[in-house]
Write a protein that binds this ligand. Sequence first.
Ligand SMILES: Nc1ncnc2c1ncn2[C@@H]1O[C@H](COP(=O)(O)OP(=O)(O)OP(=O)(O)O)[C@@H](O)[C@H]1O
Length: 828
Amino acid sequence: MADDGMLLNFSIPDAGILNKPKFKGGAWRDRLTAKKSAANWHTKATQRLTGEKDVPKVSAKATDVNLTELGPRAKPPPLANDFDGERPAKRPRVSAAGVKTTFDDNDGAPAADFRPQSSTNVTKKTGEKHDGPKGGKQIISSLFSYNPTSTTKSQQQEPENDETVEPSNAPLTSELDTFTSLGISTSLASHLLKKMDLKAPTAIQKAAISQLLKDDSDAFIQAETGSGKTLAYLLPIVQRLMELSANMKKRKVDDAVSRQSGLFAIILAPTRELSKQIATVLDSLLRCAHWLVATTVIGGEKKKSEKARLRKGINILVATPGRLADHLEHTEALDVSNVRWLVLDEGDRLMELGFEDELQKIVGSLNNRMKVKKDAKEAIPGLPNKRTTVLCSATMKMDVERLGQISLKDAVHIKPDPTVATEKNAHQDEEQGFYAPAQLKQSYAVIAPKLRLVSLISMLKRSFSRKGSVMKAIVFISCADSVDFHFDILTSQLEEVKELKEEESKEENAEDAESKKVKKTKGVPQADPTKLTVTYAESPSLSPRTHTVTAYRLHGSLQQSLRTSTLAHFTKNPEASVLLATDVASRGLDLPNVDLVIEFDPAFAREDHLHRIGRTARAGRDGRACIFLMPGCEEGYVDILKNDRKDGETGIHIGRQDADEILRKGLVTSGVTKDKTAFMEKATDLQLHIERWAMTSPARLESARRAYQSHVRAYATHVVAERGYFDIKQLHLGHLAKAFALRERPSGMKVPGLRTGGGREDRRPVKVRGAAAKKAEGVDVGKIGKADLREDLPEREDTEEAKKMRKAVRAREKFMRHAGMADEFNLG
Ligand SMILES: Nc1ncnc2c1ncn2[C@@H]1O[C@H](COP(=O)(O)OP(=O)(O)OP(=O)(O)O)[C@@H](O)[C@H]1O
């Protein structure tokens, strides 16, 4: 029939038009006739939809399975007039058996097939058998069919910006800017130069050192990541204590300051890792003032040994808030009456996640005990009368009210430009932003959900392909389960890798091959990486023939000793290595030679994103960062990324990496190839190998499912302000499962909140539903989630509202623990 241009406004139910109606009531003969004519219509409708003329008879059951297996968001294939331009014009073909639906690719792409199969499966290539999900159906969908297409490609394709940019966090270069010119003693400055290789201060050090040496006002230090904030507060404290000691000597009050003289400074940090790092920098500083003693109380070891150290006497203490609060309550030997410097490193983080209570306790305790001491007139001569509280952050606005809550009064705002180190109030500074280091090259890639896993491997393979081009990379992943799953894949011997290596070796002549023998990294275990005790291992998939790449994992569910040793090994490893980590590695950690940061899962908030990418491009060095976004609403996040640096009206230029190119460059190793789709075949093979690898062991399948489920839950926890970009309702769960090597229906995996029966139900994970309910009641759950994750909300507020909030907090905390995030803060 000719198209008369008329549009029929038929509403098609979500469940699809192919579901057969149920016939109830009336005589059985009438019901049978109605059923037969409906079945006849149903078959014709299927033919129209699939474009097949001679479709063999298919049972309604088989057809239903084929459509629902595509994922809960799957729609029936579009009618001709219904095609929205986003989907490739491919027609599904239903096989006679009714158990296999194949989508033929006429464009040279590998055949796409959705194959619901029984629990024992025979793979296409090798004919080998695998144990599938018990009693479940399998879907082996093509990587390259039915992928959502990018909505922004044409407008936002931007060339990668290769021009050299002046680093914004490097040491100052003017001859006038020296440590001594800021008031640092010659002995300390010479120690910095000779023992720590630090020639000149950075801009924030210049501003902070002169201010903190000059007077005892509270201070708020704000500077971008990697700009040397740690030394910006440590140097003035050590300098002041060295002066104090020299004074005492002069006055012959005592021999000098010793560990028995009292505790003068406390530095608080949100994680054990960061605390240890600060303590290490402090130890190297104190090598030129050996009479000063520093220690840590951060949990992860017996309280008894911490108490013993405190009893021996210390001058500077680095601590996590929970553990310090505990010692203040229970350790008599901890005398804080002389504390004159309290530093809150990563202050904004310390004011979140329920640390507030501990902070209040600590500050209250310091205030009380300091007063007692002053009354007793036992203060050490030369010791300031007032305590200086310093808050340090790369991503916190100067907010007087918030600072006041933790007793930061009339704080001086210290920023890298020394001319602006003046007393400010909140209103003047409200508009200030925070930015990434200028020299950090950022890019993004729009990757369809099914292609995420192969794209990650390709990007890493490419990055490590040339020896020395990338020494260290960090991949940020949203939750611990997903970190474990990806670590297992990267450290396993997949068949694909063997094949690729064989191919590579064919191309090289014997002489070359001999000179490029694989060098194994000494001490890198080849043990079974599925065990949680193994946190690093050689990565066969990423190691080229010339050198070894080691993969590491780090998250909050690992034992503290393992976390520490893993970080130490990663830091010291002279060979190429990649760290897969949750946000436990995003704050403050200073890992040397990190050239590349990949945000495989975008951060839960922009601040976290800035901290993550700030693990590279530190202290003036170069660095690259790439974020994976999915087609659709996530692409809008690029606008947020553009604010990472203030650069005129439009923000920075962020290069876009082409999704096909990532696969081509990473997987097609044989130089110039005329076959433009070779990368598709390689990617498909890689994916199949990974899926097969996952299916050969129930433990791996279980790990894949857990990773997938945790990932979906984590996705729902983006801050409210950014949920428009990361909308759980837009997440294609079926396609996403593929990136976790899963061939099961998402609903069969019992992802919380997934619909189990017919109809379009609320697919939000249970936790979100709870959170959404709170939101409906006017509670800003995003804020609660970030700010208040502890169960111990004050009892006195036991109103209905408080109860609801506690419930929301508990739900989120449970998730965070599950995802391996909450214990990262180790409240001792
Ligand atoms: N004056 C300096 N000259 C050269 N390097 C420096 C100087 N000061 C600090 N660094 C180096 O810069 C790196 C980053 O320092 P630091 O960890 O203190 O940065 P930060 O500003 O606290 O970063 P973040 O916000 O990510 O915690 C460290 O490796 C440190 O050794």
